[in-house]
Each structure stands twice: as C-alpha cells, then as structure tokens.
Write a protein that binds this ligand. Sequence first.
Ligand SMILES: [Zn+2]
Length: 119
Amino acid sequence: MHELALMEEIVRLIEQDASKRNIGTITKVELLVGELSNALPAALEMAFDVYKLQKDNRLAEDAQLIIHFERAKAFCPICGQEYEPQSRIVQCPSCLLPSGRIIAGEAFRILTYEGSLTS
Ligand SMILES: [Zn+2]
C-alpha cells in the first residue's frame, strides 16, 4: 500500500508549513486526488487514520481528511471530442485513434489544511 508513504509525505509537508505559521495541531486536510493518480481514496483514508493515532506528528486525534476526487478526462486533438478515458492509453471513442491527451485526473496535491495556533 504505497498510500502510507504518500500520506507520510503529505503529513511531513504540512508539518513543515505549519511550523512556519505557528500552527501546533492540524485539524483538517483537504486533498485533490485524480482518478489516474494511482492513489486510492479509501487507502489514503486508512493511512490518514494510521498517522492520526501516532503521537509523533501534529495531526489531531480527530483530524478530518477530505478528498476531492477528480475524474479522468481526455481530449482528442484530431476530432475535438472530450471523453472519459478507460486507462492511461487514451483511445478516442469517436475516431478510435490513440491520440487523446489527458486533461484531468492526474492531479495529486494538497489543496488546503486547517489547524490551531500554538498557545
Ligand atoms: Zn477523436
């Protein structure tokens, strides 16, 4: 489950930012996760729960994870059609050429997070 490693990296990045802003406890994390990003939302949620229980980070015990899922979308420059690709091999359903360009679904990033200031 590589989502554990991904979540570790996310927590580390947020903690770095939080320490600059004097944020002691992180209460909410929002991620944008594309369908083609190779990260499964359910596995990310499990990984988040694992890190919440650990004491060596700034995540609150009841911190929330919100995942915004981005569907895969491709565009065919030959015929101009937009469609949902079935995989990374993007064959246009209209002209049947593997000419599609992925325009959505590859995202994987931290959108925002919330926390409380160190007292
Ligand atoms: Zn086409």
